[in-house]
Design a protein around this ligand. Structure first.
Ligand SMILES: [Fe+2]
Ligand SMILES: [Fe+2]
Length: 253
């Protein structure tokens, strides 16, 4: 259960010029739709939104963002991939911000199907990823995570906070009202993540390469778009579990 005081968000990292914020939940009002999590990086009073989500949560996310920063200061929107729970609100976000949008080059031509989208404000991320320097000197790395699950998918690693935003990787499916912010006991968390990763992730060879790359980053937290945030021991436990998982085409037979 998410504490009442956390329902409108929680700062996961903070120093003088840089914050990484989880933007809260609407778990009480959720019906059939999957729970999603949105994040906001504030650097030198400029905002970067990570997977701000679909149309029906737009007003809640705008309200949550506004608790921390003026919407006018949102410069950048990062989309991990093209799914509706990630990016179907794009036309609304382009309407109320002047932000530039970053997404895999694979999905640029598909975004206009979510509404009136000025694609000159959408910047393609090429397959090898890229780095973005922020005013404070912090660096964001767009880490390739292709085929996990989308064929054009990126994670965002905030090298200052050492938080890795992973999109659908690490996603858990909670029963309504059972949401927690942090993974406490990883063994108890496995039943909530196993079916999703077995079906949505392409194969063990793909996930193993990703786990090796992520271990080299040595993140403090892994923050997915669904479920709960991994920190401390649960980061290592999740990577150990995922790197051994048979999934996707491994299970076709
Ligand atoms: Fe997805
Ligand atoms: Fe998702």
């Amino acid at each position: 259960m998410i504490n009442e005081e956390d329902s409108t968000g929680r700062v996961l990292y903070e120093d003088g010029d840089h914050k990484f914020i989880w933007l809260g939940t609407d778990s009480k009002n959720r019906k059939s739709e999957i729970q999603t999590m949105q994040y906001l990086i504030i650097d030198h009073n400029r905002g970067i939104l990570l997977d701000p989500g679909g149309i029906h949560i737009f007003s809640r996310v705008v309200a949550a963002v506004s608790r921390y920063i003026s919407i006018d200061n949102i410069d950048t929107i990062f989309y991990s991939h093209q799914d509706p729970d990630v990016s179907s609100g794009i036309a609304l976000w382009l309407g109320i911000t002047k932000a530039k949008v970053y997404i895999s080059s694979l999905w640029i031509r598909f975004l206009p199907h979510f509404g009136i989208v000025d694609v000159t404000r959408v910047i393609p991320i090429e397959d090898n990823g890229m780095k973005m320097s922020l005013k404070s000197g912090a660096v964001l790395e767009f880490i390739p995570a292709h085929f996990m699950h989308s064929p054009g998918q990126f994670n965002l690693y905030d090298t200052r906070s050492r938080i890795l935003f992973t999109g659908d990787i690490g996603a858990a499916v909670f029963t309504a009202g059972d949401d927690v912010l942090f993974v406490d006991d990883f063994t108890k968390h496995i039943p909530l993540i196993a079916d999703f990763h077995k079906r949505y992730m392409a194969s063990n060879s793909v996930v193993r390469k990703w786990c090796d790359r992520v271990r080299s980053l040595n993140p403090e937290m892994i923050a997915p778009q669904h479920g709960a945030v991994y920190k401390g021991a649960s980061v290592k436990a999740f990577l150990d579990w995922l790197s051994q998982l048979k999934c996707g085409i491994d299970l076709m037979n």
